[in-house]
Design a protein around this ligand. Structure first.
Ligand SMILES: [Zn+2]
Length: 398
């Protein structure tokens, strides 16, 4: 935690002002501030936005830094893609620590100060991916805060020994219990969710479940998730990632489910996918549901897309949700910043006194124009510590 004075920044679309960060928190915002002995950065009129938040990604398995991966497995067969990824990781000898350093530093250079990473736990890799990402989280503690989810990517009940590894991962320090398509992957919704919630209860941790299942199947799995969460009184401790089924074309069904999600303060993480039904953010917000966003896996065996830029993700949220007015685009940005942090039960990233000293300077005419153009990042600051300049991280990736 450190101190920094940022001079001559526009907060949002307001007048030029100064931002003083003391001991990692924003302590004062006003023009003409002076702080003798405190390091100073001149924003030269750049726009200050809060630190960005990637609330759903996979740091352990991006192929950043490798030669281009030629993908010849289509998206139609989920299990084939899962098996292919596990095989490719072994064949390439992918080092989860090295890959997570590359991925996290790139995301941080785009302005992220907080990341939630799902990390593969399976009987081939054991706990190696988690060890690597936790090592990265330690090394980058001053650059970007990294939270981990123990994620059974290859299935839980279909692969004997995975539940025991998940148990060990949580004992080792994984922050949340992950899960994945209880019907679609394990084809055993009761078995899968019983393990997930037993582990959550045993370790006193929250859950974050990938739910790609669409339509009624997704709704069924969601009901099973909520029934267990209600029984364990897990208000505010459950996250459902993707939740494609909430984008189904049955308004009354979805509205009733949103009311139930809101009652249990379930958080929804979205990527605002262009290729799938998806939860619509304004509809969720009308129910008071907290929403975060993430880039999900980037440049991996699943697909070639993504770069770690949460400002670009804010634009995708705007496009997917038909957000056109400036105020709406600012909402999309908030989902990728302060709103995402709140959805992770972390302090809200915001440019106000008392908030974490996480500030990103972008070059643009207005905040909305910066989102639309994913404007260049001039400076990234976490807790008063400068972490990236002109789009480049100050720490070198391996
Ligand atoms: Zn994911």
């Amino acid at each position: 935690m450190t101190s920094l004075l940022i001079k001559n920044a526009h907060i949002g679309d307001g007048e030029r002002t100064d931002i003083l960060i003391r001991d990692g928190r924003i302590s004062e915002i006003a023009p003409g501030l002076e702080a003798p002995g405190v390091a100073t950065e001149d924003a030269v009129g750049a726009i200050a936005i809060p630190g960005l938040v990637d609330a759903h990604t996979h740091l352990d398995k991006s192929l950043i830094g490798w030669l281009w991966y030629k993908n010849d497995i289509g998206g139609g067969n989920l299990m084939a893609m899962i098996d292919n990824e596990r095989a490719m990781k072994a064949r390439l000898g992918l080092d989860p620590h090295v890959q997570s350093m590359r991925h996290a530093l790139q995301t941080a250079a785009y302005g992220a100060t907080l990341i939630r990473s799902h990390v593969d736990i399976d009987t081939d890799g054991g706990l190696r991916a988690l060890e690597g990402v936790m090592q990265t989280a330690d090394k980058l503690a001053d650059v970007v805060e990294i939270e981990t989810v123990a994620f059974p990517q290859s299935g839980l009940t279909i692969r004997e020994g995975t539940a025991e590894l998940m148990d060990q991962a949580l004992a080792m320090g994984a922050d949340l219990v992950g899960g994945l398509d209880p019907c679609g992957v394990d084809r055993d919704p009761k078995g899968h969710l019983d393990v997930v919630f037993d582990l959550a209860e045993k370790h006193g941790k929250g859950v974050d479940i990938h739910l790609h299942e669409r339509g009624e199947m997704g709704m069924f799995s969601m009901e099973e998730i909520l029934t267990r969460a209600e029984a364990l009184d897990m208000t505010g401790l459950v996250t459902i990632s993707h939740a494609f089924c909430l984008g189904m074309n049955d308004y009354q069904r979805v509205e009733a489910m949103l009311a139930r999600l809101a009652a249990l303060d379930v958080r929804i993480m979205t990527t605002a996918p262009a290729s799938s039904p998806a939860p619509m953010v304004k509809q969720l917000m009308a129910h008071g549901i907290r929403i975060g966003a993430g880039n999900d896996g980037i440049q991996d065996t699943w697909g070639p897309y993504g770069n770690g830029d949460m400002l670009e993700r804010a634009k995708f949220i705007g496009l997917r949700n038909n957000l056109r007015m400036d105020s709406e685009v600012k909402t999309a940005l908030d989902i990728c910043a302060g709103g995402g942090a709140e959805a992770m039960a972390k302090p809200r990233r915001a440019l106000e006194v008392g908030a974490p000293g996480d500030v990103v300077l972008v070059r643009g005419e207005t905040v909305v124009q910066a989102v639309v153009n994913h404007a260049p990042r001039q400076l990234v600051v976490k807790g008063g510590h400068v972490t990236a300049r002109d789009g480049k991280p100050l720490m070198e990736a391996p």
